[in-house]
Design a protein around this ligand. Sequence first.
Ligand code: ATP
Length: 311
Amino acid sequence: MTRRDAPAAVVRVPAKVNLELRVGAPREDGFHGLATVYHAVDIFDEVTVELADDWGVEVHGDHADKVPVDETNSAMRAARLLAQRHQIDQPVHLTIEKSIPVAGGMAGGSADAAAALLGCDAVWGLDLSRPDLETVAAKVGSDVPFLLTGGTALGSGRGEHVVPVLTQGTFDWVFALHHEGLSTATVYARVDQLREGLNVPEPSTSEALMTALRAGDVDGLAAALSNDMEEAACSLVSRLRTTMMAGLEHGALATIVSGSGPTVAFLARDRTAAIDLMVALSADGLGDEVVHARGPVVGAQIIREQGLRTS
Ligand code: ATP
């Protein structure tokens, strides 16, 4: 239970698309080595963290019914882990307003976890440093440190080591959501199956992509988009290819599966081109939902707070 005037922090957190996703062979710990370029876009979840009498989580908004409201919720796992590490016995109640597609390859669960860490840090008055928060974030999940940082960033290891990338300007994207949902683990298993017997090189990102980002060159970016999970995702949800082809015919500069899918991302030349593309794809009935988004945007941020002690 929460009180109306309970100390609280509201955190806004973006979704991500991987501009490049290079997947290595499975490691001994079962994870795949990655070299990736993350890019945060302005599709946001909002997570409210309130001091409460009991631990709890509730989820509202699009597709809330697909998100667990128990200890397996990623935001709850993050809050519990932070409490354990800092011997906090003050429960929090988490309220998640979801807009990021669930199981869509846009890291919605990781985003909520990053938001919960930032909100808990504030309401418990921990005032942790960035590196400390990132250490806990990496334990919650591979994408969580990036969602704290946002912007555009290189990810290595299993994705948890994040270094910001210099970029210029803003890019316009259209995302076609497919409601099938794909579990990340299933797509990795398919990647391994498709590669059976092949020699998998150490993953590394391309210099062409860095050059395009530094220059704000949308055509260079279009040419450099690449995702090693795309073939596997498309083999599991065959209509993704149809959506991708249609977007290119309607003028997208390039298309890519977002992360492990099944969301498909299209890069547009500018805002007008993105809106035209969104209308054309919606009219075709391709994708279950089509949205325009821009990136890069900052990572998890406290946008409102109530009753917090200031140091
Ligand atoms: P990624 O891009 O990191 O691979 P994803 O975007 O494909 O992830 P998520 O939306 O993070 O997938 O959800 C994966 C699963 O995690 C869902 O099926 C859902 O049951 C579970 N889950 C747990 N907590 C959350 C949360 N807060 N938001 C969304 N999903 C959650």
